[in-house]
Design a binder for this molecule. Structure first.
Ligand code: FAD
Ligand code: NAI
Length: 466
């Protein structure tokens, strides 16, 4: 069997690439080793975590927010099994959707592990061990990433879990210890805290969410602490004793010093993810990796071997579903002779906690380090009419604009619905817009988005409601 393009992996990078290539007239096949399509994101990542965040946020609202609105629904009772079913139904609907899209776009699907068997050849080995070799003009590697392991700590996905196990716990842990104050730790920590766990987060660095704008991170940490999170910053986990009924977690200062033991019922290891290239035969095929084990690519996603490309979590850049999707579209368009391109300066990122945290473009620290002169405009949700009436006033909007040209270089929002609001800044930045453009755009009243407009006005020190 011969194709124009074979995509290995059907996560957001792979499936989107396959669809775009089919739209452009290519004969396309995908190879997937998992029983379902959709990769990490749909099966054990974005989708199930957002289902549990949605359900647990509603659970907490019944007790804390609804009575303030005059709705007394009593003390909420948790049916964790039903919540897990709700999550699984959400996943199921989404993964089936990908199968439908493959059929609609006449993309052939092969179940099994794909291995690059030589130029233009992909060998597929199915679950029974049977192999077949497919021929193709081009190959796109979209094999994603896997959980990063902590040396000396064995993940059993029951008591010592990765994100995958933390999405399927069968009871609420009394005490949850999270290793890593990154996105997974804070999202899944929020889920289990809302459902009743005491959550302690041990983080190696002296701050949470490295890479995020420092002022936003500080405010985020304060809000999470108010919600009941305990942070042990500048600390590392050196071992977990799982012999008894309770886990005994040894922690010590990152720089060395006096060790202490913290007890927990469940430990979630969330210290990042690593590229997944196992079984692909990259070495034999001559495909070069970088120093961090990621597939090395040029600006056009080409690897060191002609006809082999790579996208998504398996290459450099933020490990985000929409980044993988954008790259999937770009490489398909490049293969079709078009000018496919991913703009890494405008990739939004969202943490789906309550409040949400969303950002796009440069942080204040990055601008300082690059020596770029900038102006800052900030606006708090306490001064936004809709936020006030909804009693969701935590957080603020921060816009960073070039001091000379007023061009928006970064936007950061902490607050309810930040993940939806960030996109007006993203569109503006994609078009090279200025803070004044945002400030002069009429925003509907009363909306939380008016805080974005006010922050843009504040860049020129002329916010109206502050
Ligand atoms: P993946 O989604 O990892 O897909 C790779 C696919 O390749 C898999 O299906 C795998 O089975 C298959 N594969 C691997 N090797 C082979 C082979 N040899 N043969 C055949 N098939 C193979 N990102 C966001 O943007 N927003 C979020 O809210 C978000 N939440 C997340 C929550 C969690 C708990 C986790 C773990 C991740 C989250 N992410 C989120 C990150 C997101 O899931 C990844 O960035 C995204 O899935 C990467 O897409 P990908 O296509 O590169 O790879
Ligand atoms: P992360 O990179 O976001 O955070 C890992 C944290 O662990 C960092 O703060 C790091 O300093 C800390 N750390 C590393 N080693 C440590 C150690 N030994 N002891 C204590 N702390 C340690 O990684 P995370 O949270 O595992 O997420 C993985 C990827 O998944 C991220 O790159 C993220 O982009 C993606 N993701 C995205 C989501 C979203 O977009 N909403 C949601 C969940 C995951």
């Amino acid at each position: 069997m011969s194709f124009d393009l074979i995509v290995i992996g059907t996560g957001p990078g792979g499936y989107v690439c396959a669809i775009r290539a089919a739209q452009l007239g290519m004969k396309v096949a995908v190879v997937e080793k998992n029983p379902t399509f959709g990769g990490t994101c749909l099966n054990v990542g974005c989708i199930p975590s957002k289902a549990l965040l949605q359900a647990s946020e509603r659970f907490e609202e019944v007790a804390h927010l609804l009575p303030k609105m005059g709705i007394n629904a009593g003390t909420p009772k948790l049916d964790l099994a039903a919540m897990m079913t709700f999550k699984s139904e959400g996943v199921d609907g989404n993964v089936k959707g990908i199968g439908f899209l493959f059929k609609k776009n006449k993309i052939e699907t092969f179940a099994g592990t794909g291995r690059i068997a030589g130029p233009g050849k992909v060998e597929v080995k199915d679950a029974s061990g049977k192999t077949q070799t497919l021929e193709t003009k081009n190959i796109v590697i979209a094999t994603g990433s896997d959980v990063a392991k902590l040396k000396g700590i064995e993940i059993d996905e029951k008591r010592i879990v990765s994100s995958t196990g933390a999405l399927t716990l069968d009871k609420v842990p009394g005490r949850l210890l999270v290793v890593g104050a990154g996105v997974i730790g804070l999202e899944l920590g929020s889920v289990w805290r809302r459902l009743g766990a005491q959550v302690t987060v041990v983080e190696f660095l002296d701050r949470i969410i490295p890479g995020m704008d420092g002022e936003i991170a500080k405010s985020f940490q304060r809000i999470l602490e108010k919600q009941g999170f305990t942070f042990k910053l500048g600390m590392k986990v050196t071992g977990v004793d799982s012999a008894g009924k309770t886990l005994k977690v040894q922690i010590e200062p990152a720089a060395g010093g006096k060790a202490e033991t913290v007890e927990a019922d469940v430990v979630l290891v969330a210290i990042g993810r690593v590229p997944y290239t196992e079984g692909l035969g990259l070495k034999e095929a001559g495909v070069a990796l970088d120093e961090r084990g990621r597939v090395k690519t040029d600006n056009h996603f080409a690897t060191s071997v002609k006809g082999i490309y790579a996208i998504g979590d398996v290459i450099a850049g933020p490990m985000l579903a929409h980044k993988a999707e954008d790259e999937g579209v770009a490489v398909a368009e490049i293969l079709a002779g078009q000018a496919g391109h991913t703009n890494y300066d405008v990739i939004p990122s969202v943490i789906y906690t309550a409040p949400e945290v969303a950002s796009v473009g440069k942080t204040e620290e990055e601008l300082k380090q690059a020596g770029v002169a900038y102006n800052v405009g900030k606006f708090p949700f306490t001064a936004n009419a809709r936020a006030k009436v909804n009693q969701t006033t935590d957080g603020f909007v921060k816009i960073l604009a070039d001091a000379k040209t007023d061009r928006v270089l970064g936007a950061h929002i902490i607050g309810a619905e930040a993940g939806e609001m960030i996109h007006e800044a993203a569109v503006l930045m994609e078009f090279g817009g200025a803070a004044e453009d945002l400030a002069r755009t009429c925003h509907a009243h009363p909306t939380r988005s008016e805080a974005v407009k006010e922050a843009a006005l504040a860049v020129a020190k002329r916010a109206i409601h502050m």
